[in-house]
Structures are given as structure tokens and as C-alpha cells.
Design a protein around this ligand. Sequence first.
Ligand SMILES: Nc1ncnc2c1ncn2[C@@H]1O[C@H](COP(=O)(O)OP(=O)(O)OP(=O)(O)O)[C@@H](O)[C@H]1O
Ligand SMILES: [Mg+2]
Length: 374
Amino acid sequence: MNAKNDNLEDLKLFYALIDDSNEMIFITNMQTYQVTYANKIACKTLGYNLNDMRKLLVPQFRKPFNDEETYKQFLQKLENKKTLNAYTVLKTKNNEDIHVETSSKMVIIDGVKYNIAIVRNVQSWIEKEKIKDSILAQQTKMASMGEMIENITHQWKQPLSIISAMTTLLISKIKRKKIEETYLLDSLDTLKTTSEHMNKTIDSFKTFFNPSNKIVSISIKDLLSQAIELTGASLLANKITLVCKEPNASWYIHGIKNDLIQALINIINNAKDALKEQKNLTEKLIFIEVEAHKDDFTIEIKDNAGGIQGDMEKLFDSHYTTKANSGGTGIGLYMTKQIVQSHFNGDIVVKNKEYVYKKHKCKGASFLLKIPQN
Ligand SMILES: Nc1ncnc2c1ncn2[C@@H]1O[C@H](COP(=O)(O)OP(=O)(O)OP(=O)(O)O)[C@@H](O)[C@H]1O
Ligand SMILES: [Mg+2]
């Protein structure tokens, strides 16, 4: 009798202790999956009282385990390792998701296996990360806005000079009353197509800057031609040749189109920056090559600017830049990796490569994007 009372006392003390914790604590039976105890903050966060909590089985509120098989596998792992850390999602009574970090420990009491899980709510941290990433995304867009304006300027130079030369000529002909109707109509026609072309350029820049989060089916061919349209003029102005074999028109991927265009532009702009530094190159080159594989597409962008000189390991870290003096922010590749990994379930790898083009030895950075075929 006394021993039993002692046990009860111990248990009460133990529960009082864990109720005081700021972290959620769940004690669950590993055989029945039932909740034995959940501390105050755990009950409060999930929106249940302790009695209701005790009626629940773990797979009913721990998200990836809504099928029992996965939960069994987790418990097996816990049995082998005794302690286990994981990131997971809990479901509240109101069906809201809470991202958590869990640290589980197996204990055996009277032959029964229990999982004591200390669970930290990381929801606010994740939200902060999301906000941080969206600020960074905006910053990259703003940074590329400057480059874009430079692009538009280049792209408009030629049509603007056509318009200006043509109108000057027309004015002088009209003044001298030396104008024939067919000549006038021809000239007006050229002015019309030229201004239409200018309109088209500004439209493609406008769509690019439109924030759109729509997931759509994207033709890789379109994707490349838009990225090239947005960067082409400034490559030309820097005497850089882009070598790109047109991808098959039937190659499609899924995702947010502008994001991937942004990712490609970031890599192309880096290649451009690196090539601008090379004063002795006979031909400045950027290659874009797309290949279809069994499960994914690869897009390789490489240049002949000599390769990455800095720290390869840190290349994709936010704020890593070797261009601090010329206004580099070091966000470009960080964002690119985020986009490829989080929005497209893909991956990006970088290498310095040596290769031969038109019998010339070339050396430069190669960025390989892998995007799953849906
Ligand atoms: N094609 C390349 N050749 C050589 N070095 C490169 C190449 N691409 C990237 N790098 C290196 O990677 C660094 C990080 O690139 P990232 O695009 O993240 O930032 P940044 O270009 O320095 O700045 P920002 O993109 O904000 O202008 C660059 O500073 C440069 O040192
Ligand atoms: Mg960059």
C-alpha cells in the first residue's frame, strides 16, 4: 500500500515537473500508440484537454504518420537508437499544422516501452524564415531590375534610332514637298512595326516583374527564350556570345515560371560578370544545354571565364560575394538554390570545367540544374 502511494506521489511530482516546462512533452505508449500524458503546454498548443488527449493515438495528430506503417517504422528506429531527433508537423484540434522539432527518448517501465518526446514549436521560426526569404526574393528582383533597365536601354537603342532617323527624313521631305504617298505609307509602316517591337520588349519585362505565384506547366523552350530575351541585349553589349541549342518543344516542367526565369538570369548574370573581368579572351562564351533524362531534365549553364576562384563550399550561402566592391550582394545564387530546391524539388550543383569548343581550350564555371519531370 505504502509503496503504491509512494509511486503515486512520484508520478504526481513528475507530472508537476513536466507541466512546468516551456516545451511540449508527450509520453506515449509505444505498443498501443496511446498518449499516456501530455503536459499543459502540449494540450494547450494542440487545443485538447488532457482527457481528450489521452483518447488519441499518436498517428491521429502527428502528420507524416497518418498511416500506421510509417509510425511503426519510426518506433522501430527509436528502439534501435534509443533517442531520435526529427522535424515533423502536428495537427491541432482545429486542423491547423504546427511545425515542430522533436527529440524522442525510449524508456522501459515495468516492461512497457514509452516514448518521451520533447517537442519544440518552430512555427514562428519557420514563418520568420519565410518572411526573410520573401524579402530576399524581392531584393534580388530589385537588383535585377537595375540590370533589366540596362537591358531595355540596349534593346531600345536600335529601334529608337530607326524612329528618330525616319521621322527626321519624313519631316524634311514633307517640308520640301517631295513626298510620295507610297514612301510615306512605307515609312509609317516601319514606324508602326518598330514601335510594336518596343512594346513587346516592355511587355516581357512587365510580365517578368509581375509577382505571380501560380504553379503552371512550363515549356523549357519558352523558359529559355524568355531568359535569353531578358538578358540578350546586355550580353551583346558586352560582346558575349550565347550558344544554346533549342530544347525540344515537348519538354515541360511544373512550377512558378518567373521564379525559374529569375534563377536562370542570376546564373547568366554571374557568367556575364565573370566574363567582363576577362580582358584577354578572344571569344567570350556562355553555353546553355538542356537534356532530358529518365526522371528529370538538366539545364547546364557554363562559361569560359576561368572558373570559380573563391570558396566553392560557400557559393550558395546568402551574402557570400567576391564582388562587394562592385555592389554584389551575394544573394543571387542563394535565391537560385532556394528556387530550384524548394519550388521545383530540384537540385543545383556547381563545378569548374575544362572543355574544348571550336578547337579552343576553355575553362569556366558550370552550373547544373536538375528539375524533376513532374
Ligand atoms: N560564373 C561564375 N564564374 C566565376 N565566379 C562565379 C560565377 N558565378 C558565381 N561566382 C562567384 O559566386 C559568388 C556568389 O554569386 P552570387 O550571384 O550569389 O552573388 P554576387 O554575384 O556576388 O552578387 P549579386 O548576385 O547580388 O550581384 C560571386 O561573387 C562569384 O565570386
Ligand atoms: Mg550574382
